[in-house]
Design a binder for this molecule. Structure first.
Ligand code: AHR
Length: 514
């Protein structure tokens, strides 16, 4: 009797703690804009063990490999579906001279990686190794040209070496180095963070430098990306757009870099990647949500000078940035990846989806072993991070039509501050509707009711969930996974309405088919 009463009380409490106030209206009849697959892009830099040890171990390694590329990593990236990969940096790109990385490996010069740990870079992974890797995993390459310490001639020769099918000294050199046919490169970045590590330039100056480089970097139907702002630097966007407005054909995208730091400060501690409480959970998610406002405001500035909206926004560096793991080289930017990172990834990807009309690409930093990675490696071992599972879950949105949504939800309040508890986006492809939902509240399940304009009957409903017992849970080498993707049961819609109960701190995918 006593047990029954307790059970009843528990059930009442559980239903009280679920909110019925959250609604998501899906305007299915307005699904027009394609979500570019490249929004699910990645970034690989010669930094720490991203390239060496992470992607590339060399053909003579004991670690199983395909022409020097780790077999486990190749398989995992293919399964996740990686549409575009940026290389060779980052800050490294503006110290990189591509001719150092071609030809017989024993003749390639070693250089010092001045930005990242001062380690020796032997150039054994260069243009051929990167572009062949992209072909192997089926991804579009995005090459970042050295503007900070490079020349226009060096840049044009790289373009010719990589993409030309004419007879020329550069194509002869390419053939001599073993590659007969040109590669296809879809994106070229002209400089990286030229306001900082890429040359410390003022926007007016870089705009002129950009015009100069871009008029010689002839890449036919590929897209050229100019260095854009960091975070909320609207002045940089204004000056760039103003100074390029008469030369819009030279620029297809403007980049945006925004990193999520729990403390919000580059000075002092940024916060631990694993050892945190609700305070840092809340602050991290609050700061990551800022990107929505930044995108909106940068687009407003861009539209003033580009009313035809020809220039897109490429968020080509984003993700969490914590303190380096204790005992690691601080220049290697190694961090763990918890359930918190899964929420950060889910929220950002929903935001990018919802701006699919103007966000042409986004690249999380960085693909392996650096910052918010999808994969971590240690010797011959590999870990798939919570962020990996989010990218795998969300790949259903790649190339789908965005369904505009209206979300009304309650707040998640913490110590007098608040953010929306739920974050969502939705798309449709091949008759399958996909809704991705994040519950940022770590203490409370959220019930949400979805209604549909323009689609009523659904025969099948299925779901997936990424969650864990604790917000600090992560996957570690040699241990069973604590955070991964599991099946999630969702009841069929009733009277045209779908009710989903999102457990606390979870990322959920619901798919519906007529
Ligand atoms: O991703 C790490 C670094 O962050 C990149 O090299 C640079 O572009 C940014 O500041």
């Amino acid at each position: 009797m006593k047990t029954n009463r307790l059970l009843l009380a528990g059930l009442i409490l559980a239903s009280v703690s679920l909110s019925a106030q959250n609604t998501l209206q899906l305007n299915v009849d307005q699904a027009q804009t394609t979500i570019k697959p490249e929004i699910y892009g990645h970034f690989s830099e010669h930094l720490g063990t991203c390239i060496y040890g992470g992607i590339y171990v060399g053909e003579n390694s004991k670690i199983p490999n395909i022409h020097g590329y780790r077999t486990d990593v190749v398989t995992a990236l293919k399964e996740m579906k990686i549409p575009v990969l940026r290389w060779p940096g980052g800050c490294f790109a503006d110290t990189y001279h591509w001719k150092d990385g071609i030809g017989p490996k024993e003749n390639r010069p070693s250089i010092v990686n001045v930005h990242w740990g001062g380690v020796t870079e032997d150039n054994s992974f260069g243009t051929h190794e990167f572009l062949d890797f992209c072909e192997l995993i089926g991804t579009e390459p995005y090459l970042s040209i050295n503007v900070g310490s490079g020349t226009v001639q060096e840049a044009t020769e790289w373009v010719e070496y990589v993409t030309s099918s004419n007879e020329s000294p550069m194509t002869e050199l390419r053939k001599k180095n073993g590659r007969e046919d040109p590669w296809k490169v879809k994106f070229w970045g002209i400089g990286n963070e030229t306001w900082g590590c890429g040359g410390d330039m003022r926007p007016e100056h870089y705009a002129d430098v950009y015009r100069n480089f871009s008029s010689y970097v002839r890449v036919n139907d590929a897209q050229k990306i100019a260095v854009g702002p960091s975070g909320d630097d609207y002045n940089w966007t204004e000056k760039m757009m103003e100074n390029l407005k008469d030369k819009r054909h030279l620029v297809q995208g403007l980049s945006l870099h925004y990193y999520t730091l729990p403390t919000g400060s580059w000075v002092g501690s940024k916060g631990s990647s694993t050892n945190f409480g609700e305070d840092e959970w809340f602050q991290t998610l609050k700061r990551t949500l800022n990107v929505d406002e930044y995108i909106k405001k940068h687009l407003e500035v861009m539209d003033k000078f580009d009313p035809e909206k020809q220039v897109g926004l490429a968020v080509d560096e984003w993700g969490t940035w914590y303190d380096p793991l204790p005992g690691t080289n601080p220049g290697f930017l190694q961090q763990q990846n918890t359930l918190r990172d899964a929420l950060v990834a889910g929220v950002n990807l929903n935001i990018f989806n919802n701006h699919a009309d103007r966000v042409i690409m986004a690249n999380i930093a960085q693909v392996i072993n650096v910052l918010q990675s999808v994969i971590l490696t240690k010797d011959d071992k590999m870990v798939l991070t919570p962020t990996y599972y989010v990218f795998k879950m969300y790949n259903v949105h790649q190339g789908a039509k965005l369904i505009p949504t209206t979300l009304k939800c309650e707040d998640y309040e913490y110590k007098g501050e608040k953010i929306p508890a739920v974050n969502a986006s939705s798309s449709v492809k091949d008759g399958v509707m996909s809704i991705t939902l994040c519950n940022m509240n770590p203490n409370k399940a959220e019930a949400i009711e979805c209604s549909f304009n323009g689609a009523q009957e659904f025969k099948t409903v299925s779901g997936k969930i990424i969650n864990a017992q604790n917000i600090t849970d992560y996957n570690d080498f040699g241990q069973a996974e604590k955070v991964n993707m599991k099946d999630f049961t969702v009841a069929k819609p009733k009277n045209g309405k779908l009710s989903v109960e999102l457990p606390a701190h979870s990322v959920v995918l619901v798919q519906l088919q007529k």
